[in-house]
Design a protein around this ligand. Sequence first.
Ligand SMILES: [Zn+2]
Length: 205
Amino acid sequence: MRPVLCAILACSLVVFLSGCASSPYGVGRFGTVVVDAGHGGLDRGARGMDGRSVEKVYALDTAKRIERGLRARGYRVVMTRRRDYFVPLPSRVATSNRQRGAVFVSIHYNWTRNSAVSGTETFYYNSRSYPLAANIQREVDRVAPSPNRGVKRSRFHVLRNNARPAALVELGFMSNPRELRLIKSASYRQRLADAVVRGIVKSSR
Ligand SMILES: [Zn+2]
């Protein structure tokens, strides 16, 4: 394709996906990220094939890695939980809705009865949240060796009731033995966290 035509098409695509508005915030189009570690306390979330690994632990660990990555790039980060305690879904949404110039990203690991199923997927509810979800899923898929299950619309409470652009990412299946081995590796979780950070940063430009 000729370079000029290619540039025009590429720019149109960027406009379509994320808009070209200049930013009213410190970093790109938003300066604050609400990072939501799924589950916590009595709500353990998914349990791994080994019977010991629980989603709430890996979700919090990954959320803290994302927090560090975003802070290093100049973003303000608000965590919905920093330790192992229960936070009701409406409280998570209220934390998000109090922030101005923010996006909300919820971190989860997945589970299903069929242990053969694996892969990553990212959910959104409204169209203004789609670019955030799509950017996160694209970056996560680059580092995850498992299948790309895509970007999907969902009525999850934390997405549907959120006044900010909001995405929920499922970073792999704890019910799949191969994927659980990866999830248990701190270096793999760091790669996932770095990918989520890249997706967020791309959405803010
Ligand atoms: Zn979960």
